[in-house]
Design a binder for this molecule. Structure first.
Ligand SMILES: [Ca+2]
Ligand SMILES: [Ca+2]
Length: 198
């Protein structure tokens, strides 16, 4: 996120008027919401840098059915999607932005975020393997699904499921999915949305 709203190495420890204004303009949240989240964030991340282990713990509580190895992969994917300046920590602004993505009502923003989670190596393309690995993480989660199209897509395992996703989304038949193909599919197809919602 190499934009002017971010200052190098800043940890946003004190909510000055300037920091507050920038947080508001980046996220669209009200100052009240930002103050509340600031308290919450610094309660956990004392020095302003949230570590990956903490996210793994949170995710493990949220998705107890996901096994350890898969949880690690999923944590890595989500963490790198949130850690936009790639310094190995989540700072307050990155934290705010991620809340925005998790809470957003905008299907395009949501799809974009899921795409970035799935795109493990960050090359802006999603391969069959990246799809399969994310679905593998979500496999146990989907097992309890009452949605018959999800259980049917997942019934043969993650490889056929990844093929199904690729066949649905790969409009230009390049063998990989670009972000616009994913967003299109997300908007059009309920099975795709449900498959990647967790
Ligand atoms: Ca960071
Ligand atoms: Ca990729």
């Amino acid at each position: 996120m190499g934009n002017i709203t971010r200052k190098h190495g800043e940890l946003y420890k004190t909510l000055t008027e300037d920091v507050l204004n920038r947080c508001c303009s980046v996220t669209g949240f009200t100052p009240e919401v930002i103050r509340k989240e600031h308290d919450k964030f610094f309660d956990v991340a004392g020095d302003g840098r949230l570590k990956k282990e903490y996210m793994e713990e949170l995710l493990g509580d949220y998705m107890p059915q996901v096994r350890e190895k898969r949880l690690k992969y999923l944590t890595n994917c989500i963490f790198s999607a949130i850690d936009t300046n790639n310094d190995g920590y989540i700072d307050f602004l990155e934290y705010l932005t991620s809340i925005k993505f998790f809470q957003t009502e905008s299907p395009i923003e949501k799809a974009d975020f899921i795409f970035r989670i799935m795109d493990k190596n960050g090359d802006h393309l999603v391969t069959r393997k990246e799809i399969a690995r994310l679905l593998e993480c979500l496999e146990d989660y989907h097992k309890k699904s009452s949605n018959s199209s999800i259980t049917s897509v997942m019934s043969g395992g993650v490889k056929p499921a990844a093929n199904f996703v690729l066949a649905k989304l790969d409009e230009d038949k390049s063998g990989q999915i670009g972000v616009s193909e994913f967003v299109d599919g997300w908007l059009k197809d309920e099975t795709i949305r449900t498959l990647f919602t967790f």
